[in-house]
Design a protein. Structure first.
Length: 154
């Protein structure tokens, strides 16, 4: 097993070096500088906006939702946020290019709303299945829950 790991690590490093060399050979320096600025801005936005927002939303969910529901809501919010982050540039730039130059001509805002609705529906259905499954089990075979029971609240 150790030999395979070493071989895979060497292959990964070689592919990385190949990509870096081709990047510097085929991409103009100004474009590389723009990419570097974009990467630094993405790092700053992540650390200054996204990470604190995730912590804040997690704290709110922990405070107002039971553990069982919180897991599903967090999953839905993470998927929705990822889809939204990908769609926002397309929504903002929609119509900025003539139809002949665009690869796909779509209503990205409507598609995002539809996809977010699907994510919400699947999340709610998955939670409903979990609740139904937990209710159908006998109390002795149910897994221990982290939800506080009334006698532990006092």
């Amino acid at each position: 097993m150790k030999a395979w790991r070493i071989i895979l690590a060497i292959l990964g490093i070689l592919v990385l070096l190949y990509g870096i060399v081709n990047l510097f050979i085929h991409i103009p320096i100004q474009t590389l500088l723009m990419v570097a600025v974009w990467l630094v801005a993405a790092l700053i936005i992540h650390d200054a906006v996204i990470a604190p927002s995730v912590v804040g939303v997690g704290w709110l969910l922990r405070r107002f939702l039971p553990d069982r529901a919180r897991r599903y809501v967090q999953m839905g919010l993470i998927m929705g946020a990822a889809v939204t982050i990908i769609a926002i540039p397309m929504i903002i730039r929609e119509g900025s290019q003539p139809p002949q130059k665009t690869l796909l001509i779509q209503n990205y805002a409507a598609n995002l709303a539809l996809l977010l609705g699907i994510i919400a529906g699947v999340t709610a259905a998955a939670y409903a299945v979990r609740v139904a499954r937990d209710r159908s089990r006998p109390a002795s075979s149910a897994p221990p829950s982290n939800d506080p029971v009334p006698d532990q609240l006092a």
